[in-house]
Design a protein around this ligand. Structure first.
Ligand code: ZN
Length: 280
């Protein structure tokens, strides 16, 4: 059975009683908006859905959000309580207050949330979402969103230096380093592995509460980086809810990669395009 990195992480995120329940684990996959054409959610959502469902463990329902602020939300009422986990592939600037309140209630009561890559660009002014994500970038976030977070001398530090949030270099392969090998999500994964060419997010800011960084990657100044070991994989708590946040996963190829030596990469490796326009 082919197993994607995302599947392993999602399976471990869930309580074992759920993972071995008779029926499939119900997943609500959110999409519907991005800050630009560089995040092609119409292409990446099917990849996420397929990776989950081909395991036989998950049943994925897609909820496509209207665009904010222009869309009509009157018919968009996902029943979060029907799902054991919500996977967000959505980068929206905002949601109506009642929808946000419903989602906050779902998470407070023990919901599951997986935030994939640019989904952490979402909702810059939604306090609870930023607490769930821990860190985020772009959409005019700056020091008011919280400090920068990165690893220094082997531990997570916060840095109040002012400035805009969100940065990355060209999509080239980079090494991911495990920081919490005892965490159940990291069990069985290498201490370090090479990741397919992807955006290595840096300068992410946020409240960073109840946050454990599981893996980092070095943001190389030679590729527009910060010189810091930036968070790549995180887990957080919000109320009784649990969150897994991967900043990895810009496109279908990056989402299909798997740690070297452990899993078989599912996409042919290609060189990055010769020129890459600014993306997030
Ligand atoms: Zn991206």
């Amino acid at each position: 059975m082919k197993r994607s990195f995302l599947f392993i992480l999602l399976a471990i995120l869930l309580p074992s009683s759920m993972a071995h329940a008779a029926g499939p684990i119900q997943v609500l996959l959110l999409d519907g908006q991005a800050a630009g054409a560089y995040h092609q959610w119409k292409l990446t959502t099917p990849v996420l859905k397929k990776e989950l469902e081909e395991t036989g463990l998950f049943q994925v329902t897609i909820a496509t959000s209207p665009e904010s602020p222009s869309g009509d939300f009157s018919q968009f009422h996902p029943d979060f309580s029907k799902y054991q986990v919500v996977v967000s592939n959505l980068d929206s600037p905002d949601w109506p207050a009642d929808l946000k309140a419903q989602f906050e209630g779902y998470m407070q009561n023990g919901g599951g949330l997986v935030i994939v890559h640019a989904a952490d660009n979402s909702f810059p002014d939604w306090t609870a979402f930023n607490q769930m994500a821990g860190i985020g970038g772009w959409r005019k976030r700056d020091e008011k969103a919280g400090p920068l977070w990165y690893f220094q001398d082997g531990k997570l530090v916060s840095d109040p230096t002012p400035g805009n949030a969100g940065n990355h270099g060209l999509r080239i392969p980079f090494r991911v380093d495990t920081r919490d090998p005892q965490h159940p999500i990291m069990k069985g994964l290498p201490s370090s592995w090479m990741h397919y060419g992807d955006e290595l997010y840096s300068k992410l800011r946020g409240p960073g509460q109840n946050m454990t960084v599981l893996a980092t990657a070095y943001s190389d100044p030679a590729n527009h980086g910060t010189g810091h070991d930036e968070p790549m994989l995180l887990v957080l708590h919000y109320g009784k809810g649990r969150i897994f946040h991967t900043v990895i996963g810009h496109d279908a190829a990056a989402l299909s990669a798997a740690p070297n030596g452990l899993l078989q990469a599912r996409s042919p490796r290609r060189s990055p395009p010769p020129s890459q326009p600014p993306t997030q």
